[in-house]
Design a protein around this ligand. Structure first.
Ligand code: G1P
Length: 321
């Protein structure tokens, strides 16, 4: 018997496409946004502009950049603006096309072209665990990503792609972890970790939602990026209400961590918390400074403005002396 000859026409499978199992992203966006009232009285907090794009567009762009081409938004009442933003706007598009304004036309069309975007409503804006459970039917039995829209990861970072890649190699679920000062750990889910033998990846041995500084097992905070095994749904179904009387995603992950199937990707890059007023302002300033079209002029103004503040401070001190 001769050697089997493989005809050269056999298509070579693209390892990236065939091996990839994480294709869907879930973006919980049903929260009331009370920290930004009155701006969020009639506008969803996810639609607040960061320079000239709504915060949630950065999140969907991040998912698309990591190869996730199906995005499910978990929304609620008063969130119609999010649906409209990721849809076509025919009148506007026609008006811009008639004027030949291709730059703005692209800006209007881009959100709808980022991914296949779906929306379901959470009903009552209950907890994060409940929001994730709402995605069960859409997600099915494949691993999926969850991106919290208050956390904005700088567009130049590749955190989510790394997390997807870790899931594909190691199975289980993956959380993004960031070291925070001890006085901030009570604002986050906190992970107990062990080395994994791989640079930048840890084994998560336990998780606790918003512990006091004294009870925190580490300084590793869970930031709002997860790649979850679909087994999380069965666990969430029976997860009892935890901190604040809410079904916590962290508690479901704690159960998985006890079984040794949760990994942490340690992130030390640029992350902004757009759910916090001061950090929201910092985000806008930083991203504006980085923009090629706005940055040079805005940075020059900012330097002058800061120098003015410093002079005013020195003047106040002189007068008070
Ligand atoms: C949620 C999670 C928490 C996580 C945080 C990240 O809390 O429950 O575990 O650390 O997001 O931003 P929230 O900020 O919605 O209260």
């Amino acid at each position: 018997m001769g050697r089997m000859i493989v005809p050269h026409t056999t298509p070579t499978p693209d390892p990236d496409r065939t091996a990839r199992t994480v294709r869907k992203a879930v973006v919980p966006a049903a929260g009331l946004g009370t920290r930004f009232l009155p701006a969020t009285k009639a506008t969803p907090k996810e639609m607040l502009p960061v320079v000239d794009k709504p915060a949630i567009q950065y999140v969907v762009e991040e998912a698309a950049a990591a190869g996730l081409d199906d995005v499910l938004m978990i929304t609620g009442r008063h969130k119609r603006a999010i649906e409209d933003h990721f849809d076509h706007a025919f009148e506007l598009e026609q008006a811009l096309a008639a004027k030949g304004d291709t730059v703005r036309l692209d800006a209007v069309r881009d959100p709808a072209r980022l991914a296949d975007i779906h929306h379901i409503r959470q009903g009552d804006p209950l907890s994060l665990g409940h929001a994730v459970l709402c995605a069960r039917h859409h997600v099915g039995d494949q691993p999926f990503a969850v991106l919290l829209s208050d956390d904005l990861i700088d567009p130049r970072e590749t955190l989510l792609s790394r997390m997807v890649e870790v899931r594909e190699r190691r199975e289980g679920s993956v959380v993004a972890l960031m070291e925070v000062p001890p006085e901030q750990i009570h604002l986050y889910g906190c992970a107990a970790v062990e080395p994994s033998g791989e640079d930048g990846v840890v084994r998560v041995t336990g998780l606790v939602e918003k512990p006091s500084r004294e009870d925190a097992p580490s300084r590793y905070a869970v930031i709002g990026r997860y790649v979850l095994d679909p087994s999380v749904f069965d666990i969430l179904e029976h997860t009892p209400p935890g901190r604040g009387g809410e079904i916590q995603l962290t508690d479901a992950l704690q159960e998985m961590a006890a079984g040794g199937t949760v990994h942490g990707v340690v992130f030390d890059g640029l992350r902004y918390d757009t759910g916090d007023k001061a950090d929201y302002l910092r985000t806008v300033v930083r991203l504006a400074c980085d923009r090629a079209d706005l940055g040079p002029e805005f940075t020059a103004w900012l330097k002058e403005f800061v120098a003015g503040l410093e002079n005013a401070g020195a003047e106040r001190e002189r007068l008070a002396a």
